[in-house]
Design a protein around this ligand. Structure first.
Ligand SMILES: [Zn+2]
Length: 646
């Protein structure tokens, strides 16, 4: 029975509970979580705490039946796909029915968003918007939903910082458990999740060079006539590639996969992706499988897609004998990013096309190429996944507000049959949170009205200040768009290649400051005021970074070598020993600039340390970028400044 739209059901009346929540007698953890989530938020909205019961209370005027509790009402539901749910009012009850625990939890979150007006814009208390009402009334509801993408993941997984994965490295960097949990909770409330996939660059774990290197050099790539022996230098992620036509490897891989699924039966897929970096095998047997094409970006390198997926498919045919319902994921990346020409990919193998990135899609040529590659992959395998880069090692979490590009690309990928999506993401919600929020909504429903979501974001989170906050974002959006349209990638992998000071000049950032100041001046509400402060904290990080880059670039323009990749030995001596002093005598601009650049980076780094745990910036990616990509020249500046006369 479809409830009439104008039906009204009262959950809370004038601050008093007018309904109860019912869970099954032997409720699963998921059903209990869902019931408690509902109880918690109804209380936050109205002050009334709905009781959670394990059996129907006939005297109750209205019951909310969670999960399998609905079975006792006699109402039956159709079979649902994984994570799907039905939310339906009928008689004296609201049914929150899910295909599984995830479905039930997601149904509660959807109910809270759509019918109780709760929002989770970013992690933590400040990012949630909870309306205050003493009476909570809902209309007749009949909703059935299933996710547009069956994998909705903010990644990456697998070895990332050397052999360390993202979360364990975050812990090592001192990011608290509470922070990590809050982010995961935000993801769950925005219905991220779906498939469980383990890993990333995985060869180093499957065939560890320390274990096999000395005994079985034949397992490893032949480079320049010898088997790759740089096993000592293996960092857990880069190099130590394999000779995939060595017949022993199929048995080693399938044993590894068997062992993994025996220990983790809840996982759907395991990565068997090569290590990062190049140095792939040059032996006759391996090369014979290649198409003969060269990489468009670097014609010195062969396209090796066919050999990589020939190997992955061979492993999959072994694995299929024991795990026909599991999958092996293999990135389509680096020398194997182009779709295959010859191999028929085993249905168990999911190629994960690494799409770097829709943030460049204001450049028509790049967009066309990405779409073509994605289409090629979608036709080459039964199931295909995406790996996107909302943030990456080449980007120290400065603004890159491209939700419109994300929406467009994601819809295209969905239209060609792609149903799995993972994006490299960070926790910098004051800087790039809008991308994450909008992506989460599109992953669930590609047809969602993005403009309506954005309007809601400004109105609900920032009230009267919303228009000014929108202007603040628009300035940054425009700057990014113009830079990309001009043909460049404004990202940077090192200080040397960075042009962020031209992308976001300080004058622009000061206008952004004015926007936020204006936003703050028109709001009275304390929570909204603190949300604007949150954005201001993010902007302060951006300003400090751009200030430091601008000063140091100026120093560089005076002829002082900053980045190690631009310093020759000879120059090093001249510049370190003479240049600053010489210049000091001529008015001191080099010495002065060296000191002020150093001070600017020190101030920026000190500030970054204060923002480890509050979702303002992505501490992890800033550190990754500073350290692994040489964006931060503070060591060099320190060295230069000690050579200056005191
Ligand atoms: Zn080989």
């Amino acid at each position: 029975m479809i409830p009439p739209e104008d039906s009204k059901y009262v959950l809370v009346l004038n601050g008093a509970a007018a309904s109860c929540i019912v869970v099954p007698k032997e409720a699963t953890k998921g059903e209990l979580d869902a019931a408690e989530e509902l109880q918690r938020y109804v209380e936050k909205i109205t002050g009334a705490r709905l009781p959670i019961l394990t059996s129907l209370d006939d005297s109750a005027t209205f019951s909310i039946l969670i999960g399998r509790a609905s079975a006792r009402s006699g109402l039956t539901f159709p079979d649902l796909d994984r994570e799907s749910y039905i939310i339906r009012t009928n008689g004296k009850a609201l049914f929150i029915h899910g295909a599984d625990d995830d479905g039930v939890f997601f149904a509660v979150c959807t109910f809270l968003e759509r019918y109780c007006d709760v929002r989770w814009f970013w992690p933590g208390e400040l990012g949630e918007v909870v309306p205050q009402r003493s009476t909570l009334v809902i209309p007749g509801i009949d909703v059935q939903e299933t996710p547009a993408f069956k994998w909705r993941n903010r990644g990456p997984g697998g070895p990332l910082w050397g052999g360390k994965d993202r979360i364990s490295k975050m812990r090592e960097l001192g990011v608290t458990e509470k922070h990590i949990e809050e982010v995961q909770l935000w993801e769950r409330r925005n219905k991220l999740g779906g498939m469980k996939v383990w890993g990333g660059h995985e060869w180093g774990n499957i065939v560890p060079p320390a274990k096999y290197g000395k005994k079985h050099p034949g397992y490893f790539a032949l480079i320049d006539g010898r088997r790759d022996r740089d096993f000592e230098g293996f960092d857990g992620k880069h190099g130590a590639q394999l000779c995939t036509t060595n017949p022993d490897l199929i048995a080693i891989f399938s044993a590894y996969v068997d062992d993994f699924f025996a220990k983790h039966p809840d996982y759907d897929a395991l990565h068997i992706t090569p290590n990062d970096g190049g140095r792939f095998c040059e032996c006759e047997r391996c090369r014979a499988l290649d198409s003969g094409k060269r990489l468009e970006k670097n014609p010195a390198r062969p396209v090796i897609t066919d050999r990589i997926f020939t190997f992955a498919s061979a492993v999959a045919s072994e694995v299929a004998k024991r795990h026909p319902d599991k999958h092996l994921m293999n990135m389509a990346y680096s020398w194997y990013i182009d779709p295959p020409e010859r191999v028929k990919i085993n249905d168990l193998v999911i190629p994960q096309y690494c799409l770097w990135s829709c943030y460049l899609h204001d450049n028509k040529e790049k967009k066309k190429r990405h779409y073509l590659t994605a289409k090629g992959w979608s036709q080459a395998a039964k199931s295909v996944a995406i790996y996107e880069y909302f943030i990456n090692g080449s980007w120290p979490d400065l603004p890159r507000i491209v939700y419109a590009k994300i929406a467009e690309s994601l819809r295209y990928l969905h239209s060609i049959g792609i149903r799995m999506y993972q994006a490299q993401a960070g926790d910098g919600f004051a800087v790039n949170g809008l991308n994450y929020y909008i992506a989460s909504k599109l992953w669930w429903n590609v047809d969602v009205d993005v403009e309506a979501l954005i309007t809601e974001y400004y109105d609900k989170a920032f009230g009267a200040g919303g228009q000014s906050v929108r202007r603040f974002h628009q300035r940054l959006q425009r700057a990014w768009q113009q830079a990309v349209e001009a043909g460049g990638d404004p990202s940077c992998s090192s200080f040397a290649t960075s042009s962020v000071h031209r992308l976001y000049p300080l004058e622009l950032l000061h206008e952004c400051e004015d926007d936020l100041r204006r936003a703050g001046s028109v709001v009275a509400d304390d929570a909204i005021r603190r949300r604007i402060d949150f954005l201001e904290k993010g902007l302060r990080y951006v300003i400090l970074t751009i200030k430091a880059v601008t000063l140091t670039k100026e120093l560089e323009s005076l002829g002082v070598a900053i980045s190690s990749d631009t310093i020759s030995d000879e120059e090093e001596v001249v510049r370190l020993d003479r240049r600053p002093e010489e210049d000091l005598e001529q008015g001191g601009s080099v010495g002065e600039l060296t000191r002020s650049s150093l001070r600017a980076w020190e101030e920026r780094d000190k500030y970054v340390e204060t923002l480890k745990d509050d979702f303002v910036i992505s501490y992890f990616w800033i550190k990754y970028n500073d350290t692994n990509r040489k964006f931060n020249p503070i060591d060099r500046l320190t060295q230069l400044s000690t050579s200056l006369p005191r």
